[in-house]
Design a protein. Structure first.
Length: 72
């Protein structure tokens, strides 16, 4: 698979299971919308928020706001 567009719930589950690093090897790119990033990282006390923010900083996850709806 080339790309993966993640929503908040699967992203939080993957982060809590410690699997964010694993998805980088499965997909060419893993994209999040700005809204998903906001929802997942706004409260640093929530499980997974710090891991998601770290994955963004490491380039494991990328923010993209202009998706071609016909492709996605």
């Amino acid at each position: 698979m080339d790309i993966f567009v993640a929503g908040a719930t699967p992203l939080i589950v993957l982060s809590r299971l410690g699997l964010l690093d694993s998805i980088a090897g499965l997909f060419k790119a893993v994209y999040l919308t700005p809204d998903v990033v906001q929802e997942c990282t706004k409260n640093k006390t929530m499980p997974g928020a710090v891991k998601i923010a770290s994955a963004l900083e490491q380039g494991i996850l990328s923010i993209k706001s202009d998706f071609d709806v016909a492709v996605v």
